[in-house]
Design a protein around this ligand. Sequence first.
Ligand code: GLA
Length: 728
Amino acid sequence: MPIQFDEKNQFFHLFNDNFSYVIGIEKNRYLTHRYWGKRLPFYAGSNALQRIDRGFATNPFPEERTFSLNELPLEMSTQGNGDHRIPNFQIRSNSGHDVTDFHYQSYSISHSKKPLPALPSLRQNQSEVTTLSIRLVDSQQNLALDMIYTLFEDLSILTRSTAFTNQGLAEVYLENAGSMSVDMANDQLDLLTLYGSHTNEANISRQALRPGIQKIESSRGTSSPQHQPFLALMDPFTTEFDGEVFAFHFIYSGNFIAQVEREQYGSTRVQMGINPDHFEWVLKPQATFYTPEVVLNYSSSGINGMSQNFHTVYQQHLVNPVFKTKERPILLNTWEANYFDLSEKKLLDQAKQAAEVGIELFVVDDGWFVDRNAADSSLGDWQADLKKLPNGLKTLSKNVHNLGMQFGLWFEPEMVSRKSQLFQQHPDWALQVPSYPMTEGRQQLVLDLSRTDVQDYLIDTLSKQIQENAIDYIKWDMNRHLTEVGSLAFSAKQQKEIGHRYVLGLYHILEVLTTKFPNCLFENCSSGGGRFDPGMMYYMPQTWTSDNSDALCRSLIQYGYSYLYPPIMMGAHVSTVPNHQVGRFTPLDTRAWLAMSGNLGYELDLQTLSSQETEAIAKQISFYKKYRQLFQFAKFYRLQAPNQLFQSAWLFINEQEAMVICFNGLAQAAHPIQHLKLHYFQDDALYEEQSTQQRFSGVELNQAGILITRIKEDFHTFVFHYKKVGSC
Ligand code: GLA
């Protein structure tokens, strides 16, 4: 049994083959954090709690001056009674007070994982899970707080969330409803986060923790490209290959906070949840508020180990099960070839050429709907522009299908343009605060997804489009952040609920659509990776990774995102040169290797290419089709982090073969001696490199590495392809 309760010592021990996590009950009241790390056979409490009578400490039991919430390593913060570290929750009573006193009441263990109501969460669909639910109660106000833990038995993964229930007679107000907090007994740690901007997503930040609070957050209404809802703490000596990592990733697509407090006596509190700055929830009598789920990931094999855990659990337990093992089609997206300038003839010519080189999915991007000739109009009016497509979408889709390809279409469903019929008819459907201007972004407004009439409209409109036009793939875009987050459909005291209600509305729409059309492939996009988060990935198994399609920039962006997401989730396209975002020329081969390192697609006008280039693309596509299983479903490991010359390397490896991709960045005259260690080959297996037919033992490739030679060319990519041919 992987969750044990030690009655005598009052410890919960959650464990599997990979790790142990121990929670204590102190004084029959407070939940303490006792251990998280390498698997223990049993926990006996060797790391006993520190008990010192300290200055400024307050004491719940006045006679016991060495017991204080001021430094107790807690599994759940307390409110207003002596725990002065960052809180996980804050509840205002009906009489305006800001204090609660939750005490341990009971626990239950079950061998299942209930989906969180109205929220995406990890699915229980393959390995066994065990769930521990611990109930705390505040008897003054009759409130319950449930701490919910699910242990995935064969993974190094634990999930946490919290539920707040009002069992009293009066309304209370959740000013802060965090998903989890934990106090770790160490403060000599590095903090790892991913930050960025539009066209520059997933930069890596690794800093030593300093005293005080360090946080990342979003108040933009979406998870955002500015900060991924993720943080990890690790030993300063941890590398890609070795060392312990404690990671936290939030399954949520709206405003979030992820924070760490290095406190006064050598411990570190981690807290994660909905951003309380723009939030309040009216908790009516008998109502429960469920917080989104946090994925806790323990690795004892470095940052690559952390990534493996995330990749596995997301592909196995997060994405729509239909796409768990389904190969993804190679697509051609029309955006960079056409922008808004479309016609049926142009699209058909492009489709024909795409089919000839072996493309499997033809995606018509923005510009196909009524009067959409620039970014300033028509969002909301999801009907084909008959001036551009005189025979309508149905005919276009049929023609694309007749060419042997799937048909895909771009939508930005959450938006409305002022210049649109939808806005004329329903000005109240946009997010707004009466008498204040509605701020535009990309000349568009945001629909109020907290409203059920808006949700129903979007479900109906998209359902009709998918059905009538036999759409196989939808690119679901979202190109601005939220402002004036208010709704005309809710009361004054519920206005601070709207940010979260928006996300719940979005999830509802996606739940209905993906259930109705389980085989339609949804690609998540928010000006690229602007809403690349596990909440969206629950519904949409892939994301357009970045609007920046330059190969060099992509080598950095995809490197960063691979900390959390497997390559199969990252849309990556070969685009034209000079690149539209940065003007850089990179070789066609390199663009393809970078795109194959994600989910391969093309985004250029094939008709403008030379016959040699078209031939090269056809070859790339047939190569990828041959090795698609490896690229999309093998294990992915980073071998070399980008250096100052932008050189980086990574590896795809399964039981039979391996592909090492080394992006060489800028050529250098004084090329250093460089042997790239492959780390993850099977030590006792024999491998043959496919272009030279040379054979090596796995252990030699792992330990001695392979030579990276000098090349007098910028942005070259070295590729080494090994097949396992026996053992040694
Ligand atoms: C966003 C997307 C692009 C493209 C445009 C269309 O920027 O990220 O890929 O779809 O919108 O307007």
